[in-house]
Write a protein that binds this ligand. Structure first.
Ligand code: PGA
Length: 253
């Protein structure tokens, strides 16, 4: 059985106080309302990781992710945060290759591969994000585009490294736009991703890989999307900033 995950990506939102109150609300709701078989992850901005980790460490139901990691080990990289630093404050997962980082910070495939390597070396689990822009979908090249993203970064991992990663399919046209992929569009892309992964690694490893959907997921559409065979959960942006909405999404399984 592969792991079901719902991860909230807070992006650049919340102050210290707001972050703590959001995570404690989520913690309480998840404790009371959510089945044990879903792994719930929160992804606050860097400055709040350590305080949030007081609630997630030793907590079976709530886990901590960072939004980014440096590909470098340590040294003169002003503004960067290393995998060892993240590990030392209790982070377990890290987003790699979110479309906003690819676009605004020009992170290319090679860098994303190196970021995954750095994370894995320190025992962090990368959540590798992929997804096509609208022009690629309109031109019917979305499968090819996402396949290439996997090939350019993920395919270079070893089998053991691949076992540690999570994939998030996030069509760029659906992120923060209120325009979700239909459950059918999500399913067909997830099945395609799994097929590509089975060619790069092996069928069993690909079968066991958790593949999340992201892009305007909300309490109203999560159930239908999560019901699809190859959709193993979600990466939630906007709706993860409200504890009630986020918990309702988690309960959609
Ligand atoms: P959204 O963001 O849910 O606000 O569309 C998803 C994401 O970017 O991870």
């Amino acid at each position: 059985m592969r792991k079901k995950i719902v991860a909230g990506n807070w992006k650049m939102n919340k102050t210290a106080e707001e972050a703590l109150s959001l995570v404690s609300e989520i913690d309480n709701m998840v404790k009371d309302e959510v089945n044990d078989d879903v792994t719930v992850i929160v992804t606050p901005p860097f400055p709040f990781l350590q305080s949030v980790s007081k609630l997630t460490q030793g907590n079976d139901k709530l886990h901590l992710a960072a939004q980014d990691v440096s590909e470098h080990e340590s040294g003169a990289y002003t503004g960067e945060v290393s995998a060892a630093m993240l590990k030392s404050v209790g982070v377990e997962y890290v987003l790699v290759g979110h479309s906003e980082r690819r676009l605004y910070h020009h992170e290319d495939a090679q860098k994303l591969y190196q970021k995954m390597k750095a994370a894995l070396k320190h025992g962090l689990k990368p959540i590798f994000c992929c997804g096509e822009p609208l022009e690629e979908r309109d031109a019917d090249r979305h499968f090819e585009y996402v396949g290439q993203q996997l090939k350019d970064s993920v395919s270079y991992l070893s089998n053991e490294e691949f076992d540690q990663i999570v994939i998030a399919y996030e069509p760029i046209w659906a992120i923060g736009t209120g325009k979700t992929a239909s459950a059918e569009q999500a399913q067909e892309m997830h099945a395609y991703i799994r097929e590509q992964l089975s060619q790069m690694f092996d069928a069993e490893a690909a079968f066991n890989c958790t593949i999340l959907y992201g892009g305007s997921c909300n309490p109203g559409n999560a159930q239908e999307i999560f019901s699809k065979e190859d959709v193993d959960g979600g990466l939630i942006g906007g709706a993860s900033l409200k504890s009630r909405d986020f918990t309702d999404i988690i309960k959609s399984f």
